[in-house]
Structure formats: structure tokens, C-alpha cells
Design a protein around this ligand. Structure first.
Ligand SMILES: N[C@@H](CCC(=O)N[C@@H](CS)C(=O)NCC(=O)O)C(=O)O
Length: 398
């Protein structure tokens, strides 16, 4: 099956879902924060297990949902090693491969739009027969009617991020951009792929969906027939306005979209819930009786990783499958007893979703930054940067 192409209209960003038809293991490229519910629904409708959430670079125009996807699905985060995305446990170099079932994508380092930018090349292992059910009531058929899921089975695919766009290419005027490096990446790396390779761009601003290497090589007005000097001159004179979300997006994407730790501030105001608080503040509130500490992790996490004595357990989702806890509303209402809630999860992602839901129910709910285990460090080890345990607050293990 060709990749499933998903679109975010606000940023004209394409997200791609690739999967192995036998094992149903999947990999998602460049997910967008605002589309997480759609993406989770697609993963579930197709019956997939997401193994990887990956980035082509640290985006400047939208914020990724990679960390939240990882939290919700158990997927691992992978990002190009030159992009300063320290939250990704797998740092990718040229030639690395990421496997999902029997399929694998290969990393092509293609600097130019940014120094760390990569493309992903997928030469499909299997030439399956397709599987869109013919009955219109099946989940796959319903999903196919709402998105661009191709029933074709092309063999060679390249996901080009912002390195190569249809009839264009990524700009090179910020974030370590370099037009000479981009020229080399286009002509020496991408244009050396088989001509029939399908080009799946990171954006399109004119509703085009795909191209091929042969077509871009011969018709792309930025690069076709251009010398290095001509290309560099053209790129240096684009005079494009900066992306509207540049200042916000790059730092957020370098944390895989995780919320910023608010340090020692008491709380920060957040959209849809009462705010973010440090673990220290949550502990103070719990022992003074000002708030109820609610652990929204799964039973399995509390049992195996550790728990906070005195916290009330109300799971947001449950393992296995991470299905939403159907009793959440009722349980969180009875946990509150008229007090504010401080919600704790693994690293402060699920607790935001739970705090938003509790707020919809009329409760005052805060998110505890960094959760129980904290954000991963450069080695993907949790507990060294932030979070409840890092702060030395009380906890126990069974
Ligand atoms: N208008 C968009 C940004 C458009 C833009 O600058 N896109 C970047 C990728 S983030 C690019 O490289 N564009 C190449 C081009 O437009 O030629 C926004 O404000 O977010």
C-alpha cells in the first residue's frame, strides 16, 4: 500500500503514515500537534501499531505532535541528529534505517533548508495486493473516503520534508539554511534516486499531492537546468516573509512538542485548563490540602514504575491498548471533593489532556510539569532532567 497522506490546512503540512500490511506496524512522518486526534483515529481505524514518530527537521511553521503520539501509542521518537531535537531517543544519521514490521525507511541526510534536514527513502519490501475492503461500511473503506489513502503499490518513495517541494524547494534564509548545500542535496542525493520514485513533499501550498523524481529533475523551476551559482542567486533573492509561528515553533519542535517546563514559577496559565505547576508546588498543595493530587497514569505504570503515597489514582487511559478510561469523568469528579486538582502522568502530556477534560467538567485542574518520570535526556533516559522523582519528592515502589 502506498503511504497515507494527511494534510494540515493551517500550515499546508503533509503528514505521512507508512505501514507494513502483514504486521500492521507503522511509522509516521512529520505529525502536526493540532491533528493528533485525527491521526490517532486513523491509526486505530487501520488497526496499526505505531512504532515510530519521526521528523524530517525542526519545523518553523507548525508544532509537532511527536511526543504526544509517543505517549499515547508507545511509539519511539526519531529525529535527525543535526536538528537539536534532544527529546528524540533515536538520533538519525545518513544511511540509518528505521524498521516497522518487514518494511524499513532509509535516512538520507539532505542539508540545505536546515543543516540537519533529512529525507526518508522507502523501497517497499512487499508488493501487497492492497486491502481496501470493497464494502463501504468497513472502517478501512470509510477512512479511505475521508483521506488520501492510495490503493496503488509503487515501490520507491521519498519523503522530502522541506528539502524538495513540488515545483519548489525549502527556503534557505534562516535556521542554518544554506543554498549551496541544498543544491548538492537536490542534485547529488535526491536526483540520484530512481526516476520513478514518488516524491511526497512536506508541504504544498497549491493542493498538489505528489510528484516523481523524473518530473522534478526536469521541470522544477528552482533547480531544473540551473547551475550552482544560478540556484544560489535565486535562493538568496526569494525575499519571503518569515513563517508566522517561527519563534514559537522551532523551540517547541526541539522538544518534540512537549510543553515548556515553567521552572520555579507557581503556575503558568494554559489554554483549556487551569495551568502548569512544578512538582514541588503540587506537593506543597497536596500536603497543605489545597489540592488533590491525581495520578492519571495506567495501573501498570503505578504498579511497576512507582507511585506517590497520598495521590488518588484515576487513569486517563489504560494499558494494554491505551483505551480511554470510560469511568474517568465520574472518578475525577469524586476525586476533587470541591478542591483543585493537580494531575500527574509520566511526563506531563497525558495530564494535559486529562486536565482539559476535567476543566470541561467544571473542575479546576492543573498539569504537573515533567510528570512522574520527567522528560528524556540526550540518552533517552528519564529522571535526569525534571519531574517528580528528579525533584526528590516522596514516592514508593511495590
Ligand atoms: N506562509 C507560511 C510559511 C511558508 C514558508 O516559508 N514555508 C517554508 C517551509 S516552513 C519554505 O521553505 N517555503 C519555501 C517556499 O515557499 O518557497 C507561514 O507563515 O507559516
Amino acid at each position: 500500500m502506498n503511504p497515507t497522506q494527511l494534510f494540515d490546512p493551517a500550515s499546508s503540512t503533509y503528514t505521512y503514515l507508512l505501514y507494513d500490511e502483514q504486521s500492521r506496524e507503522a511509522l509516521m512522518i512529520d505529525p502536526v500537534a493540532e491533528q493528533i486526534e485525527r491521526d490517532m483515529a486513523v491509526i486505530s481505524q487501520l488497526g496499526l501499531t505505531l512504532r515510530w514518530a519521526v521528523e524530517t527537521h525542526a519545523h518553523a511553521d507548525h508544532v509537532t505532535s511527536a511526543a504526544r503520539l509517543a505517549e499515547l501509542t508507545g511509539a519511539r521518537l526519531a529525529a535527525p541528529s543535526g536538528c537539536d531535537i534532544g527529546t528524540a531517543s533515536t538520533q538519525l544519521a545518513d544511511g540509518d534505517e528505521l524498521a516497522f514490521g518487514a518494511e524499513r525507511v532509509r535516512v538520507l541526510h539532505t542539508p540545505g533548508h536546515t543543516a540537519g534536514s533529512v529525507c526518508y527513502y522507502w523501497q517497499r519490501a512487499s508488493a501487497g495486493q492492497g486491502e481496501l475492503a470493497s464494502t463501504s461500511s468497513s472502517p478501512a473503506a470509510k477512512f479511505a473516503s475521508e483521506s488520501r489513502q492510495e490503493s496503488r503499490h509503487d515501490t520507491h518513495h521519498v519523503f522530502t520534508g522541506d528539502t524538495l517541494l513540488i515545483g519548489g524547494c525549502g527556503r534557505t534564509d534562516f535556521q542554518s539554511g544554506d543554498p549551496a548545500l541544498l543544491y548538492r542535496s537536490l542534485t547529488e542525493v535526491l536526483f540520484k534516486l530512481p526516476d520513478t520514485t514518488i516524491v511526497w513533499p512536506g508541504h504544498d501550498y497549491k493542493e498538489r499531492t505528489q510528484s516523481t523524481i523524473a518530473l522534478e529533475k526536469s521541470t522544477n523551476p528552482r533547480i531544473a537546468g540551473k547551475t550552482l551559482d544560478e540556484f544560489v542567486a535565486l535562493m538568496n533573492n526569494l525575499n519571503l516573509p518569515p513563517p508566522k509561528r517561527l519563534e514559537e515553533a522551532v523551540p517547541a519542535n526541539q522538544r518534540s512538542g512537549l510543553p515548556q517546563d515553567a521552572g520555579h514559577h507557581t503556575s503558568t496559565v494554559a489554554e483549556g485548563y487551569a495551568g502548569d505547576i512544578t512538582p514541588q508546588k503540587a506537593y506543597e498543595w497536596m500536603i497543605s490540602g489545597q489540592a488533590v493530587l491525581v495520578d492519571v497514569r495506567t495501573d501498570a505504570e503505578r504498579e511497576w514504575v512507582g507511585f506517590v503515597p497520598g495521590a488518588v489514582a484515576v487513569a486517563w487511559k489504560q494499558w494494554p491498548g491505551m483505551a480511554l478510561n470510560a469511568d474517568f469523568d465520574q472518578a475525577i469528579r469524586s476525586a476533587a471533593q470541591g478542591k483543585a486538582l493537580a494531575l500527574l502522568c509520566r511526563s506531563g502530556v497525558r495530564s494535559v489532556a486529562a486536565a482539559k477534560r476535567a476543566s470541561e467538567l467544571g473542575l479546576t485542574a492543573y498539569n504537573i510539569l515533567g510528570g512522574f518520570e520527567g522528560d528524556p535526556d540526550d540518552q533517552a533516559h528519564r529522571g535526569h532532567k525534571n519531574g517528580w522523582r528528579h525533584a526528590g519528592l516522596p514516592w514508593k515502589q511495590n
